[in-house]
Ligand binder design. Structure first.
Ligand code: BG6
Length: 290
């Protein structure tokens, strides 16, 4: 494990060559490579990595609100997707089990938030985020704790951007017959038939029956490439901005980068996790190379 770039990034490499890199700003995973050096995550060439804006790509962390929730009093003052992805986290250290993996821990709490952010969401909380690199997988686990007396409600999402060769050749499976909210059609609830394929902008919140028990797969060229196993994260956002939405994002580069990315985001974003004093919520994903 090395700390690079003037204390702003943590790079961990296994003896067999796999690596993961995390930016302390947002505890954003920027890169995940297999033993051959092949990158699994998409990161915009225009992404801001200096803390001036949430990172466009990798795995930004969405907390305590997904998107904006104008009807939810406690979070309505927050920026889109909350403050976790815009805050500098603390690196708490690394550990390994059986020498074959490495786990990096990151923390963010109400005490370490800048005053102007703390004002927007005045609860006492602790976040522990663990990123575990194994030879064949990457896991990211978020634990939220209510450290105060006051109950709060939150949402959380692991906003993973995956690198792919050609979006028109991608299928996302695991949602057969699943209901979803179509964010491009007034959040209308619809039902998925068959695999998800892409031929235009797509922005949906899936809630497959059976909670987090169903694995989700990203397939390319008819072959399964990645399998996402969720723990306690019942919703999955699937997003591709396509041509026009990409054109409108200043930090989205190259402009035709939408062809090479797909977001499959495990989260708890429909409804709210209600945490009373001392309660915790834990949600995780493990992304397996297939
Ligand atoms: C997705 C949302 O999770 O994030 C989309 O479903 C949104 O609606 C996208 O456009 C990117 O959000 P942002 O704030 O990073 O531009």
């Amino acid at each position: 494990v090395t700390i690079t770039d003037g204390n702003s990034r943590i790079l961990a490499t296994l003896p067999t060559g796999e690596s993961v890199e995390v930016l302390l700003f947002g505890a954003t995973v920027l890169s995940w490579k297999d033993a051959t050096g092949d990158e699994k995550l998409w990161l915009s060439e225009g992404a801001k990595l200096d803390g001036s804006k949430a990172v466009r790509g990798g795995i930004p962390l969405v907390f305590p609100v997904f998107g904006v929730a104008p009807d939810h009093d406690a979070t309505k003052a927050l920026p889109q997707h909350g403050f976790a992805r815009n805050s500098r986290w603390e690196f708490l250290g690394k550990s390994t089990s059986e020498g074959s993996n490495v786990k990096l821990d990151f923390g963010l709490s109400s005490e370490s938030l800048p005053a102007e952010t703390a004002k927007l969401w005045p609860y006492k909380f602790g976040l522990l985020y663990s990123v575990t690199l194994d030879r064949e997988s990457l896991s990211t686990t978020l634990v939220v704790t209510n450290d105060g007396d006051e109950t709060f409600e939150c949402q959380a999402l692991l906003h993973s951007y995956f690198k792919i060769k050609d979006i028109t050749d991608v299928q996302v499976t695991g949602f057969e017959d699943s209901p979803y909210d179509d964010k491009l059609d007034g959040a209308k609830t619809k039902s998925q038939s068959g695999a998800i394929t892409f031929d235009g902008e797509l922005d949906r919140v899936y809630t497959p029956p059976g909670g987090a028990s169903h694995p989700v797969s990203i397939r390319e060229g008819g072959k399964e490439r990645l399998r996402i196993v969720r723990d306690n994260l019942d919703d999955v956002v699937v997003w591709n901005p396509w041509i026009n939405k990409s054109a409108g994002m200043g930090d989205f580069e190259p402009k035709d980068g939408w062809k090479n990315m797909v977001c499959v985001e495990a989260g708890s974003v429909k409804g709210w996790q209600r945490l009373e004093k001392g309660d915790t919520f834990q949600g995780a994903q493990t992304i397996h190379l297939v």
